[in-house]
Ligand binder design. Structure first.
Ligand code: GLP
Length: 250
């Protein structure tokens, strides 16, 4: 795993977008795995700018999003589908038929998850996976204690995650208790992984993931075993790393 420490959130967003754009230039029909949350917003803003100003095209790109809240319709402003439409899909030339999303309104979650796994395989697999990290070390919605062998499935959200995400809702009560998420094994099959972390709120999760034991209690720690994973973090998110001066060499 490669650790890159940049100055601040703006630099992190630009660097991340450049890496995504380079990947698209290398393979125009790339299969992208996409993340939601506050962190990737700046990266998506940059990608939209690159689309408008530099002609970066998503016309052949296929996308698979990591997760979705269970029982939130795509029209709900806090659904991840709504987030992606507003922050990226509606603003670039990605084809609707190439966008893949877990259906939060499914009546048969197990089947939906199985079909998602099959669709990823049928696409040839995810070439480039963008990830955020929860303050408890979760990736997608794989909460601590999720098996490293886990596949796409329904998960109950921890109180910490519900509290963290309550800032996007009117109240904690409104935050869904369950979600659909790609599994950890599913994520690890991506050929390239880029994890973004920004702010002191992520410092502990970053330190545990990078310097602690590889354990299912810190889901992101397994990324250290991936052959082509980069953790791109800003100074604030790196403050608890003991080796930060060495790792900032990139
Ligand atoms: C949610 C998402 C994760 C994301 C995490 C951190 O729980 N399911 O994919 O990484 O939030 O989000 P933020 O970037 O808003 O801190």
């Amino acid at each position: 795993m490669r650790l890159l420490i940049v100055e601040d959130y703006d630099e992190l967003s630009v660097r991340a977008a450049e890496m995504v754009a380079e990947a698209i230039a290398w393979k125009p029909n790339i299969v992208l795995g996409l993340a939601t949350g506050g962190t990737p917003g700046g990266c998506y803003r940059e990608l939209v700018r690159m689309h408008r100003e530099r002609g970066l095209s998503f016309a052949k790109v296929a996308t698979f999003n990591l997760d979705e809240y269970l029982r939130l319709p795509p029209s709900h402003v806090q659904s991840y589908r709504y987030y992606m439409d507003e922050n990226l899909f509606n603003l670039v030339d990605v084809k609707r038929e190439n966008i893949h999303f877990l259906d939060g309104l499914t009546m048969d979650p197990e089947r939906t998850c199985r079909e998602y796994e099959n669709a990823i395989k049928a696409s040839g697999g995810i070439d480039f996976q963008l990830l955020g990290i929860g303050s408890n070390g979760h990736i997608a919605f794989n909460e601590p204690s999720s098996s490293f062998q886990s596949r796409t499935r329904v998960i109950s959200l921890s109180e910490q995650t519900r509290n963290d995400n309550a800032r996007f809702f009117h109240s904690l009560d409104e935050v869904p208790r369950q979600a659909l998420t790609m599994g950890i094994a599913t994520i690890l099959e991506a050929r390239v992984i880029l994890l973004l972390a920004s702010g002191v709120g992520k410092a502990e999760a970053v330190a545990k993931s990078v310097e602690g034991s590889v354990t299912e209690m810190v889901p992101a720690s397994i990324l250290r075993t991936h052959i082509n994973c980069t953790m791109l973090v800003d100074r604030d998110a790196a403050v608890k790393l003991t080796m930060q001066s060495l790792s900032s060499q990139g």
